[in-house]
Design a protein around this ligand. Structure first.
Ligand code: 97T
Length: 243
């Protein structure tokens, strides 16, 4: 997979050289390229914004500069998807990360100031480019870079070969089971007078698996009842419903 990220703060994305995403890049599993939007400006001051039509506070990012950048990065007939982090976007979820992880090429446009001129998204949608305006949640950031970091990591870790044990992707929160993850424990067996649940020391794998599912169900019902409600009819067996 190729991901192009366009931003006026390329250094913000330096964290993607680290950890799993960094390893995936070096292993050739992920072709991640970070671009400075100012490389597509046409004036000596490398201007990317201007005052908003209709008045109001702040500045708006110029469509002409974004257009030159995206024309270069979005292939005319290629299978690329444009992702625009935005506080007014659809919520970015694990399901959306899984869908984006099946794409060949993503271009992520990080807006700043009051946002990107609305004609940019319109233009590329009219040109037949798939465009996802996505939000991390109901809060405001200063720009799209933090959202891009989250999205690239959430998508990159799903690519084949990136995570050592693919099974771990199944059991984690918001994984295939559609539940929050169960509580985890490691050595020492007693810490601050607190012991590890006996079942986890029993070596009885069927009981351990049952305990973990029960804990995941309890935790999800307590913290995210909306996720329980969203489970398919056949997701919960009779035993689950007794938890
Ligand atoms: O607040 C933002 C500003 C620019 C780009 C994205 C965001 C945002 C807020 C929440 N998720 O994304």
């Amino acid at each position: 997979m190729r991901i192009d990220v366009v931003t006026i703060f390329p250094d913000y994305l330096a964290a993607l050289d680290l950890s799993l995403v960094g390893k995936a890049r070096r292993a050739g599993l992920l072709d991640l390229r970070v671009h400075d939007l100012r490389d597509w400006t046409d004036d000596r001051h490398r201007t990317v914004d201007d005052t908003p039509f209709g008045g109001g506070a702040g500045m708006v990012m110029r469509p002409d500069v974004w257009g030159r950048a995206l024309d270069d990065l979005l292939p005319a007939d290629g299978p690329a998807r444009l992702v625009v982090p935005s506080p007014s976007g659809e919520v970015f979820t694990q399901r959306r990360a899984e869908a984006l992880a099946t794409e060949e090429h993503l271009v992520v446009a990080c807006g700043r100031y009051e946002g990107i001129d609305a004609r940019v998204v319109e233009h590329y949608r009219d040109r037949g480019v798939a465009v996802d305006e996505l939000s991390l949640g109901d809060y405001v950031l200063n720009g799209g870079e933090v959202a891009a970091l989250v999205m690239v990591e959430a998508v990159g870790r799903l690519l084949p070969g990136v995570v050592g044990n693919p099974h771990s992707l199944v059991e984690e929160s918001h994984g295939e089971a559609g539940l929050l993850e169960y509580p985890v424990y490691t050595k020492p067996p007693v810490w601050q007078g607190r012991e590890v649940p006996d079942v986890l020391l029993s070596g009885h794998h069927a009981r351990i698996e049952r305990w973990r599912r029960d804990e995941a169900l309890r935790r999800t019902a307590r913290r995210r009842p909306d996720m329980i409600a969203a489970l398919g009819e056949d997701a919960l067996d009779r035993r689950d419903r007794e938890v």
